[in-house]
Design a protein around this ligand. Structure first.
Ligand code: CP
Ligand code: NVA
Length: 304
C-alpha cells in the first residue's frame, strides 16, 4: 500500500479499499489505546458552517496526537472579507501541517487542495462528508464484526452524507441502498462512481421506495431533511420527506439485528422518531464517538 502521508481527503473515494481498511484498523487500535503515535503538527480548521462533532473531534484528535489546532473562522480571518481562496491556501500552506475545511461547494475545497501542498481534508461540503463515513464504517464493523455481506440503507435527502455512504459502502464491499424523494435523489455521477467502485460485486440501489430499500437491511441511516444552507426550504420539504421518516414501522422491515445510524444533529419526529433514536437498536452515540477515533487515525496517516 502507498503511504497516506501528505494526501488529501476530498472524497471518501480518494482512499483505496486497502487504505480505508488501514485507517479503520488503526482507528480500532487507537480506540483501545493500543497505538498512540506522536504527531507534533498544527491543523487549521476553516469552517464556513456550524459544527459540533467535526470541529470538536478534530480538535481533540490533534491534542491526543500531541499536535495543535488553529480555528480559522472566516469571520476573524481575511477569508470573510473576500481574500481570494487561492491566496489564502498558498499562505496557510506555509504555516500549517494540514487543513480541514467545511464549506459549500466542492470546487472551493478542490481549489484549496490545488493551491496548498499540505493535506486538505473535507470536513463537509454540499457534495460529500467523507470523515463522517469513516466513522460510520467503523461503527458498522464494530457492530457486526466485519463489513462483508452487510447491507446499509440510507433513507432521506440524497445529498452529502448519502453520497459519501454510496461511495464508501461500494468501496468497502457493503451493499448500499438509498431511498429518497424523486426530486432529492443522489447525483447521477456519484451513483455511477459507486457502481464502478463496487465492480458489480455488491448492490448499489437508488429508489424512491423506503420500504423496499429497508427490507432486510443491517443498518438504517438518515440525516436531516434540510441541510445547512437550505433552512429557507425546511417547511416546504416536510411533507415531501414525511414518508421517509425512520420510525418503528420502517425499522420492523429491516433485519432483526439491524442498527440505526444518524450523523447528527437529529430532528426528533422529523427524519427519525425519538423512539427509534433512543431505542435499543440505535448506535448513534457510538457512531458520534467514532468520529474521534476515525479522524485521529486519518490525521496520523496523512501527517505521517
Ligand atoms: N455529523 C456532523 O458532521 O456533525 P457536526 O455538524 O456537528 O460537525
Ligand atoms: N446533511 C447535513 C449533514 C450535517 C452533518 C448538512 O449538510 O447540513
Amino acid at each position: 500500500m502507498e503511504s497516506l502521508r501528505g494526501r488529501d481527503l476530498l472524497s471518501i473515494a480518494d482512499l483505496s479499499q486497502e487504505e480505508a481498511q488501514y485507517v479503520l484498523a488503526l482507528a480500532a487500535q487507537m480506540k483501545i489505546g493500543e497505538v498512540a503515535p506522536h504527531c507534533p503538527a498544527v491543523l487549521g480548521l476553516l469552517f464556513q458552517k456550524a459544527s459540533t462533532r467535526t470541529r470538536v473531534s478534530f480538535t481533540v484528535a490533534m491534542y491526543q496526537l500531541g499536535g495543535q489546532v488553529i480555528d480559522l473562522n472566516p469571520q476573524s480571518t481575511q477569508v470573510g472579507r473576500g481574500e481570494p481562496l487561492a491566496d489564502t491556501a498558498r499562505v496557510l500552506d506555509r504555516y500549517l501541517d494540514a487543513l480541514a475545511i467545511r464549506t459549500y461547494g466542492q470546487a472551493e475545497l478542490q481549489l484549496f487542495a490545488d493551491y496548498a501542498r499540505i493535506p486538505v481534508i473535507n470536513a463537509l461540503t454540499d457534495r460529500e462528508h467523507p470523515c463522517q463515513v469513516l466513522a460510520d464504517l467503523l461503527t458498522l464493523q464494530e457492530s457486526f464484526g466485519g463489513l462483508g455481506g452487510l447491507t446499509l440503507c440510507y433513507i432521506g435527502d440524497g445529498n452529502n452524507v448519502a453520497h459519501s455512504l454510496l461511495l464508501g459502502c461500494a468501496l468497502m464491499g457493503v451493499n448500499v441502498r438509498v431511498a429518497s424523494p424523486a426530486e432529492f435523489q443522489p447525483l447521477p455521477d456519484i451513483v455511477e462512481q459507486a457502481r464502478s467502485l463496487s465492480r458489480g460485486a455488491t448492490e448499489v440501489t437508488v429508489t424512491t421506495d423506503p420500504y423496499s430499500a429497508a427490507k432486510g437491511a443491517h443498518a438504517l441511516y438518515t440525516d436531516v431533511w434540510a441541510s445547512m444552507g437550505q433552512e429557507a426550504e425546511a417547511i416546504a420539504r416536510q411533507p415531501i420527506f414525511q414518508p421517509y421518516q425512520i420510525n418503528d414501522q420502517l425499522l420492523a422491515v429491516a433485519d432483526s439485528q439491524a442498527i440505526v445510524l444518524h450523523c447528527l444533529p437529529a430532528h426528533r419526529e422529523e427524519e427519525i422518531t425519538a423512539s427509534v433514536l433512543e431505542g435499543p437498536q440505535s448506535r448513534v452515540w457510538e457512531q458520534a464517538e467514532n468520529r474521534l477515533h476515525a479522524q485521529k487515525a486519518l490525521l496520523a496517516s496523512v501527517l505521517g
